[in-house]
Design a protein around this ligand. Sequence first.
Ligand code: ME8
Length: 530
Amino acid sequence: MSKKRFYITTPIYYPSGNPHIGHAYCTTLCDVFARYKRMRHFECYFLTGTDEHGLKIEKNAEKAGLTPQQYVDNITNVFTKLWEAMKISNDDFIRTTQDRHIKVVQDAFTKMYQNQDIYLGKYEGWYCTPCESFWTDTQVGPEHLCPDCNRPVEKAIEESYFFKTQKYLPQLLKWYENDKVIYPINRKNEMLNTFIKPGLEDLCVSRTSFSWGVPIRENTKHVAYVWLDALCNYLSALGYGTDHDELYQKFWASEDSEIIHVIGADITRFHTIYWPEFLMSLGVRLPDRVFVHGLLMMKDGKMSKSKGNVVSPYPLIERYGVDAIRYYLVREVIFGQDGQFTPEQFVERINVDLANNIGNLVSRTVSMIQKYFGGAIPEFEKGVNPQDHELEVMIKNTVDSYQEKLDDLHITEAFIDVMNLLGRANKYIEETAPWALAKDETKKENLKSVMTHLAYIIFVGSKLLEPILVEKTPLIFKSLGLSESESDYSNILNEHILDNHKVEKGEVLFPRLDVNKEVDYIKGLMGNNK
Ligand code: ME8
């Protein structure tokens, strides 16, 4: 059954230093999805935010000589600024230090405790502070390294509350039966093989060895484990459990809403084992989809300041425009797989896809319509040239497959189809040679048809790219003489939408880049990773 409303969330980021383009990856992809849904007149609520408690933040604050609250207050705007610069259209930004969130975490803990899903015990094991995760002796091995990030773990022995993970395991496995809920499916198998089959341990859900967290009402020596705290953001942002829970009712409780969490592969366990079990304990329905994306890596592995291979999004936005960065992030890495950032590929994508495939197509078409028809787009007619029918079918198929793929979060693949359509239009120009048709009086109808098909493909292609190219598509519509209401998605299959519209030459949409010069420039931004 197709849903009427959508709730899409990114992970909430730990506030820290300077974000790199890997940080922008997930939020940009979610933004494209949210904009796509809204473009199709669906309601879509899009959430992101910051995860501000825990030992890691407490230690960082201490190093900076600040209280944890001062530290997070100073640094959270790193992300709000980034989302502004990336043109992210989130509906809310949740901070886990906000009162609206703290109360929900405390209530959730109380409810789980009253359900007898939580008991008091003593934790003895290992803790990875950068990942904020607990590990057993076997998991950390003789070297005592975190299985996720490979950094040394610390011994932790303290009084803690535990969540009974076995209690909800049968229900969890039932949820796993639906292949749609965890995507890609190998992530689900990884959870089954690595954590569930070897025997799921009860999860430590409170800490007593430090204090920067949400205090537990039942026992004020304890603060909530930062992952229990953080995961609750998805509910607290919607007003869950308060007198103003309209958003919760609309976007979470209602079966008419599709709940989608998008996360990085490194945090799958928390979102596909513990989070659904917490929700079961709270008696709240489970998300419809947990979509696990890969990491954007550098040639020498993960982006990290210590390796000096970090690329900040800001100089890229400033030099190439935000649309180019958004497009690169969507197109370069198939959503759900790992990918690699290289300056060469970055420049190539802009040149081939944006400067040639779109920019050049728009500019050539507008010039030809001006030259051959005084700037007025002729009326659309089907099937005049031998290729026209094929193009008409391709347009319809592209729109259908785009919708189908985007609805299913196959975001990269959806845009590859759009690019293929635009590529086909460029080839159509070479095949029909409009400059030759223009010299032959008997070919007037053929020439008209070439121009109308090209203009219509430009409209369809740029409309479909609008969720990514937020700055440039309005300029393309303007070049085609379209008003805002005419460029609405409802007109996507209306071949006559451009009839008699006056084209207008606009600025160069995506200037062609000098490959060597720009590759050198980007390498310069990457410090020692040349
Ligand atoms: O994990 N490419 O926060 P976080 C793609 N606070 N994604 C990347 C990336 C890269 N190079 N580097 C990091 C946390 N990420 C928790 C989440 S949710 C209730 C709590 C992704 O700031 C990473 O995979 O360490 C994760 O999904 C997200 O950034 C936030 O990471």
